[in-house]
Design a protein around this ligand. Structure first.
Ligand SMILES: Nc1nc2c(ncn2[C@@H]2O[C@H](COP(=O)(O)OP(=O)(O)OP(=O)(O)O)[C@@H](O)[C@H]2O)c(=O)[nH]1
Ligand SMILES: [Mg+2]
Length: 287
């Protein structure tokens, strides 16, 4: 008999939560980057197979110090998911990095959760030189797995275990005519996220954290190509200059990388009309 369940993915920034979600559902639904705080809102996506359905909730990494408005807001959204329904918690840690005080905040939250917790050591394809700093957590959880979310390694026994801990009636969501496993992501939001991911990849220091993306227009042309008009908003002129780059080089690079990925994922020719604007109102949102 097929069954279903809801799984909360939690961990500090950059441990690989979104990478795992994408690997599990076999499609990019959540953007990833080497920079912390890439995910800004919880993303829900469905893994469906012969065993049933698992709905995963990918949360933004919890920050120890949420000093600016954006970080506070992002942390708030993650903490709010704790009040929602879920059956199992997947607590992901990154043993390639020192534990540091930041992990303490996440561990404190995990300890208060009254549901089975599965500890996942991620990035085992790399040298996990800080493993010893995390092993004590194993004694506090229901099970532990070592995986590589990026290389899709050792995921099977872990998912088998997750399925063994859920028993909701199947199906939780009707996937029959769904083309994407993402539940709370429409195409406009997806386009915005892909562009934001490229901003994270190409810009440095605080710039990614001062940026929002809005897709203003999506048009399917008669020849089957897609025309997308989008704007990268940032809080002030200084960041605008950095995003535009010398002779527009930076925004061109961001636009080209986004366009290439969108062409791959939509299988269509894409025209991306991308501009950068300074918007003081964004300051209130981003801090
Ligand atoms: N080598 C290796 N890199 C990984 C693995 N999993 C994730 N990464 C990389 O780690 C970085 C962070 O991954 P994300 O999935 O964005 O991390 P996250 O936990 O979602 O981060 P936030 O959204 O900021 O909380 C990216 O550069 C990933 O490619 C892994 O198993 N092995
Ligand atoms: Mg993420």
């Amino acid at each position: 008999m097929k069954k279903a369940g809801i799984v909360l993915l939690i961990g500090r920034p950059n441990v690989g939560k979104s990478t795992l979600l994408n690997t599990l559902v076999g499609q990019k639904v959540s953007i990833t980057s080497p920079k912390p705080q890439t995910t800004r809102f919880p993303i829900r996506a469905v893994l469906e197979d012969e065993r049933g359905q698992l709905i995963f909730i990918d949360t933004p990494g919890i920050f120890k110090k949420a000093e600016d408005v954006l970080s506070r807001e992002v942390n708030r959204k993650t903490l709010a998911t704790l009040d929602e329904e879920f059956d199992v918690v997947v607590y992901m840690v990154d043993p390639t990095r020192a534990r540091s005080f930041e992990e303490g905040r996440v561990l404190g939250i995990v300890r208060k959760i009254n549901k089975p917790v599965i500890l996942v050591f991620n990035k085992i394809d790399l040298e996990t030189k800080h493993m010893a700093e995390y092993v004590f957590i194993q004694d506090e959880v229901a099970a532990t797995y070592k995986i590589s979310a990026l290389k899709d390694k050792h995921i099977k026994p872990f998912i088998e275990d997750v399925f063994s801990r859920v028993d909701r009636e199947y199906p939780l969501v009707d996937m029959t005519d769904s083309v994407t496993p993402a539940l709370n992501m429409n195409s406009r939001l997806f386009l915005q996220e892909i562009i934001r991911e490229k901003v994270y990849l190409f810009t440095r220091e605080e710039v990614p954290y001062k940026v929002g993306v809005a897709v203003e227009e999506i048009k399917e042309r008669d020849n089957g190509s897609l025309y997308i008009k989008a704007v990268v908003y940032t809080v002030d002129k200084r960041y605008r200059g950095m995003l535009v780059g010398r002779q527009g080089k930076m925004v061109k690079e961001i636009g080209m990388a986004a366009r290439k990925e969108l062409e791959r994922s939509t299988n269509k020719k894409v025209f991306l009309d991308l501009r950068v604007e300074a918007n003081h109102h964004l300051q209130e949102m981003l801090g």
